[in-house]
Design a protein around this ligand. Structure first.
Ligand code: PEP
Ligand code: MN
Length: 358
């Protein structure tokens, strides 16, 4: 069976576990054996070549680690996966007998690198997993899938590992769930695995993000697992022991996508009311823009700039201050008001600078 079908048909999340980096034969074997004994994973991972942000960090054990993870796979009867970032990695991984390859976020972002790897896989029948690019660009992510399909590599899965932002207060890479959801819309047949390890960068948050992924119907989880996480050579803060992995997986509540017709009727009736409210919201927004245009007209006639900063600060502060009253977060209120404001400016600009007829 194809890996993508295997992932989709697995009861519960399809789990990929193993160390961020292979460090020694003993480390890889011991952690993989424990994961397998606990029945915690369907596939084993290990980083062999590590893309590092700064030179001088551990760059991966290299080629000799391939035999360690292949041996761990044989001993546990679980398939294995590693990251490849160039043609050389692909050739060595195929020779060593790795079952599945993935490309990392720093590779997906670069179409030249993706193409090099795709070319190296021309005519090879191996499943590939594609991590999202570091920046929030669904087209780039989709493009990587297409590059592999073009060379005949069609057994594909996606890995959502979050998106890079400067100094986020909570996450190492923000999840921006709307992006994997957009990918799912475009490629419903492609399974999506969530990688809470690289999203959080913090083992205390792994459960929360894993549960969220399951609630959003993700198909699996990739969780970095190490025999001694605090002393790991890479990504120490986010790795867990096999025991901790089992605790996380056991705690996840799996909710069904299907429901009985009685529950279905009730859900549909509430959805109907939500849809009516959405209709009203959009009617109101449209009406609001009519007023923006009226203001735009007056500003035009009197030669006044569109943006009146003081006025806008007052408007937004009024809403931010009452966010509690509406039981909305300040972040949401800010985003919503900014979006409305942008659209309003667009309407006013169209009034102020009407397109000249040719
Ligand atoms: C990894 O999974 O070890 C890794 C380097 O991930 P990413 O490409 O998501 O940074
Ligand atoms: Mn890692």
């Amino acid at each position: 069976m194809k890996l993508s079908e295997n992932i989709k048909s697995n009861v519960g999340p399809y789990v990929i576990a193993g160390p961020c980096s292979a460090e020694s034969e003993e480390q890889v074997m011991s952690v993989c054996k424990e994961i397998a004994e606990n029945n915690s994973a369907q596939m084993l991972r290990a980083g062999i070549w590590k893309p590092r942000t700064r030179p001088g960090s551990f760059e991966g054990i290299g080629q000799k680690g391939l035999d360690w993870i292949v041996a761990a796979g044989k001993s546990t009867k679980l398939p294995t996966t590693i990251e490849v970032a160039n043609r050389h990695h692909v050739e060595l991984a195929l020779k060593a007998g790795i079952d599945c390859l993935w490309i990392g976020a720093r590779t997906t972002v670069n179409p030249f690198a993706v193409q090099e790897i795709a070319d190296a896989l021309h005519g090879v029948d191996i499943p590939m997993m594609i991590k999202n690019p570091v920046n929030p660009d669904v087209s780039l992510w989709l493009g990587a899938f297409e590059s592999f399909e073009k060379v005949g590599v069609t057994d594909l899965a996606a890995i959502h590992r979050g998106f890079s932002v400067y100094n986020h207060r909570k996450y190492r890479n923000v999840p921006s769930w709307e992006l994997p959801i957009a990918l799912k819309e475009r490629r419903p047949e492609t399974p999506i695995i969530c990688d809470p390890s690289h999203i959080t960068g913090n083992r205390d948050l792994l459960f929360e993000v894993s549960q969220k992924a399951m609630d959003l119907n993700f198909d699996g989880l990739m969780i970095e697992t190490h025999p001694d996480p605090d002393n790991a050579w890479s990504d120490a803060a986010q790795q867990v022991t096999p025991v901790q992995l089992k605790v996380i997986l056991d705690a996840i509540v799996l909710r069904s996508q299907d429901f009985s017709s009685d529950v279905g009727d009730r859900i549909n009736s509430i959805r109907e009311q939500v849809s009516n409210l959405d209709d009203r919201l959009f009617d109101l927004l449209s009406e609001r823009m009519d007023f923006s245009e009226k203001v735009g007209q007056l500003k035009r006639e009197n030669n006044i700039t569109i943006l009146q900063q003081e006025h806008w600060t007052k408007v937004i502060n009024k809403r931010l201050n009452s966010s509690d009253e509406y039981q909305l977060t300040q972040t949401f209120v800010r985003q919503l008001m900014d979006a409305i404001h942008q659209e309003s400016i667009r309407h006013q600009t169209a009034i102020m600078n009407p397109k000249k007829e040719n």
